[in-house]
Design a protein around this ligand. Structure first.
Ligand SMILES: [Zn+2]
Length: 108
């Protein structure tokens, strides 16, 4: 019969998609796009089956398993610190109230 098993706590490695990120379709590979981060020459390929929006997450399991997760689903499964808004440098942030849909960091 079915028994209940508690899952182990996991730490996920993920990148929060910002409005500045460059994401492009990988030609010839199904459901695959490429994320180019600041200063990186080569992109990081990842799988996705829905459009990737600002505030979504790219989850890294290993080099062969990197995939998109919508913000809503990611927030259900993970503890995410409140958005601080735009990084203004010198440790300062613009702040974010999570409404209005115009935050370039979280998309909320
Ligand atoms: Zn925000």
């Amino acid at each position: 019969m079915f028994k209940d098993y508690q899952s182990k706590p996991v730490v996920r490695k993920a990148h929060e998609v910002s409005a500045d990120d460059l994401i492009g379709k990988v030609i010839g590979e199904d459901s695959t796009s490429e994320l180019v981060l600041d200063g990186d020459k080569s992109g990081i390929k990842f799988k996705h089956y829905e459009p990737v929006n600002t505030g979504d997450f790219i989850v890294y399991l290993n080099d062969d398993d990197i995939y998109h997760c919508t913000r809503a689903v990611f927030l259900e499964r993970n503890v995410v610190p409140a958005c601080k808004g735009i990084d203004l440098g010198d440790g300062n942030y613009s702040g974010c109230n999570g409404t209005g849909g115009d935050c370039p960091t979280c998309g909320q």
